[in-house]
Design a binder for this molecule. Structure first.
Ligand code: ZN
Length: 210
């Protein structure tokens, strides 16, 4: 074989190998991270109702606030399971997240207790939840307590519809509507901003985003 032919052959081989190696390298994530926020209840299901305040309305206001805060970030895309006073089937809510290719799902709620002195933040995972859901719950709980200064009632487990997906999922109870002083805070726009900031910070911590 003439020398130029050998050089050409080797050169071609290097090109083919390079293309093959690059093709097998893990792809960098493309586009923004998708987050699904669920304003709990809605429509015919008001959730807790105390002194004329319906939980579904508080949940929606908070979810919309998180959405607004995330809109300035090119690395995030926030999708809400509802943007109006509408009931969405619970399993359908997690299906929305799966269909959107979500990295996580967080449901926002406000709490109720017979004892009006009970107040504070707690975050729930399903009894079958894996490590990622637990990590999500802990980050949201920590950041929300830090942002609001509300009592930390911890991360807890109970049977939830969140078991119908393998996505990282958690349900945050941002405060007690049954506690008059906390109810007033939950209706206050400045405090709502603090809650939304805390939730967003918790989600970013979970995602490892700055
Ligand atoms: Zn609720």
């Amino acid at each position: 074989m003439p020398k130029p032919a050998i050089v050409l052959l080797l050169f071609s081989l290097v090109i083919v190998l390079t293309v093959a190696i690059v093709a097998t390298l893990p792809q960098a994530p493309r586009g923004p991270v998708v987050i699904v926020i669920d304003p709990g209840h809605g429509g015919h299901d008001p959730g807790a109702v105390v002194a004329g305040v319906q939980e579904k309305d508080v949940n929606l206001a908070l979810a919309l606030c998180v959405l607004r805060k995330a809109q300035g970030r090119a690395d995030l895309r926030v999708i809400l399971t509802r943007t109006t006073d509408l009931y969405v089937d619970l399993v359908e809510r997690v299906r929305i997240a799966e269909a959107a290719g979500a990295h996580l799902y967080l449901s926002i709620h406000a709490n109720y207790h017979r004892d009006p002195t009970v107040r504070g933040v707690e975050t729930w995972v399903d009894t079958s939840a894996g490590g990622e859901s637990l990590r999500l719950a802990r980050e949201v709980q920590r950041a929300l307590v830090a942002a609001t200064g509300a009592p930390d009632r911890g991360v807890r487990r109970q049977t939830l519809y969140l078991r119908h997906t393998s996505l990282p999922t958690a349900l945050v109870e941002v405060g007690y509507l049954s506690c008059p002083s906390e109810r007033a805070l939950l209706l206050d726009s400045t405090y709502q901003e603090k809650i939304a900031d805390g939730i967003l910070r918790g989600l970013l911590a979970f995602l490892g985003a700055p």
